[in-house]
Design a protein around this ligand. Sequence first.
Ligand code: HEC
Ligand code: HEC
Length: 456
Amino acid sequence: MSAATRVSYATGVLALVAGLGFAYAPRQAQNQSPAPRSTAAPPDYDQQIQDYAAQLLREGKQTFRYATFGSEDFWGGKLRLHEAILGAKLGGVGGGVSPKTALTLGLKVDAEALPAALVAQIKAGQVNLDDPATTVALLKLNAVVGVTGFFNPDGKLRTIGIQCALCHSTVDDSFAPGIGKRLDGWGNRDLNIGAIVATAPNLQPFSDLLRVDVATVKAVLGGWGPGRYDAELNMDGKAKRPDGKAAATLMPSAFALAGVNQHTWTGGWGTVTYWNAYVANTQMYGKGTFFDSRLENASQYPVAARAGWGHKRDNVDMITSKLAGLHFYQLAMPTPKVAAGSFNKEVAARGETLFNGRARCSSCHVPPIFTEPGNNLHKASDIGIDDFQANRGPERSYVTSVLRALADTNKIHKHGYYHDGRFTTLRDVVNHYDNFLKLHLSETEKADLIEYLKSI
Ligand code: HEC
Ligand code: HEC
C-alpha cells in the first residue's frame, strides 16, 4: 500500500465515520461534548427504550395495586361504604366489617404490608379479628388488597376508594387463608363484590342510574355471588338472563394478554387499554376522560346513553396519564407456571396431539396464545351456547378465551369455566365440545385432552 493510498483510505474511513455521525460513535462523543439536537435517533435510543420499559412497569404496577383514580368520591363520598366498614360504634352505621367478615366476603390481605410486630401479634392470637377497628387498622397500613382508606388528620376513616387489584388480584395464602403475598392479575373468584356494595348506606346513585328502586338494586347486587361482577349492567341495564339467573360474569384473570387482540368475555369493546379506561371511568367511578360513541346507542345501551358514559370528561383526569403504564404492566403478566408434577407429561403429550388435531381445539385456541391471532370473536352458535351475554357486547360475539392456568384445582377457575361458569369442570367443557362438534372422543382421549389442558 503506497503512502498516498494509505492517506486516502484513512480519509475515507474518517469521512465514513463523519457521515454516519452519531449513529456510529455515540457514547464517546457524548461524554466529550453535548450531542447535537437535530438527529432523529439519539444515540442512546436503545437505552431510552429500556428505561421507558422499566418506568412503565414500575408505574403500571403501582397503578394496578394502589391507584383509586379518585373513586373515593364515589364509594365513600356518595355510597358511604366506609361507614358500613366502621360500624355504628366507630361513628359509621350498622355492625361494621370485622377482618373475619372481610375475609369471608373474599377481600384479601397483603401480608407484605404488615409490620413484623403486628405479624407476631396475629400469630400469638393477640389481634381481635372480630373487631371492625382491626379492619380500619389494616386499611391504615394499606394492607387490604384493592381498597384504600383515606383518613382525616384525627385518624378517622373519611372515605375509601378501590383499585384494579380488588377484582384482579388475590394472595397466595402463605400467612393464612386470604392473607399472603399478592398475585397480581389473578381473578379474585372469592370476592363477593355484590354483597360488599350492598352494605353501602346509600344506594340511591345506582337506583337513579338504573331507574329501579333501592330494594331492586340490593336484590341484584345480592344475586351475583362470589367471583362474579357485571361490567355491563350500568350500560344496558340488563340485570337478569332470560332464565332468571343473574347476568353477572365470572371475574377473569388479567394475565396472558400480550399478543391477544379481543379480550373480556364478549369482546368487541376494544384492546386492553380500551377496557382499562372503560373500567376505571365507568365501573370504578374514577375521574377521567372516556370516549366511545357506541355507548350513545340508546337501543343497545339505554343506561349508558342517559348517563353519557360515551363522552365522559370530568373536571380532573386521574386516569389517562396512567393508561400507558397500566397497559404495559398487564401485558407483562405471564400465565403462572404450572406446578411440576401436577400433570402427567406423557398423557398430556397425547392430549396435545388431539388438541391440535382431531379435537379441533386449535382451530380457535391457537398455541401459544391460545386464541386466534386476528379478530378472535365467535357467534354463540359457533360454540353451541346461548347468545345472551354475547349480545351485550358491541360485536354480539364471544371472545375465544385465552386458555391459561386451567386446572380445576386452580383457584382462578373456581366456580367453573366459560363466561358464566356453566361448566363446572374441564371434563364438562370437553364433553360439551365432544357433543357439539361431534368429535366422538373416547373416554381415554377425553382424559388425555384434559391432562393437556391442565398443563397449559
Ligand atoms: C369490580 C370488579 C372489577 C374491577 C375493580 C376491575 N375489573 Fe377488570 N374485569 C372484571 C370483570 C367482571 C371482567 C369481565 C368483564 C366482561 O367480560 O364482561 C373484567 C375484565 C377485565 C379484563 C379482560 C380480561 C380477559 O382476559 O379477558 C382486563 C384486562 C381487566 N378487566 C383489567 C382491569 C383493570 C386494569 C382494572 C383497573 C383499572 C380493572 N380491570 C378493574 C372485574 C373488575
Ligand atoms: C369455534 C371456536 C372454538 C373451538 C373449536 C373451541 N373453542 Fe374453546 N372457547 C371458544 C370460545 C368462544 C370460548 C369462550 C366461551 C365463553 O365466553 O363463554 C371458549 C372457552 C373455552 C374454555 C373456557 C376457558 C375459561 O377461561 O373459562 C376452555 C377450557 C376451552 N374453550 C377449551 C376448548 C377445547 C378443549 C377445545 C377443543 C375440544 C375447544 N375449546 C374448542 C372457542 C372455541
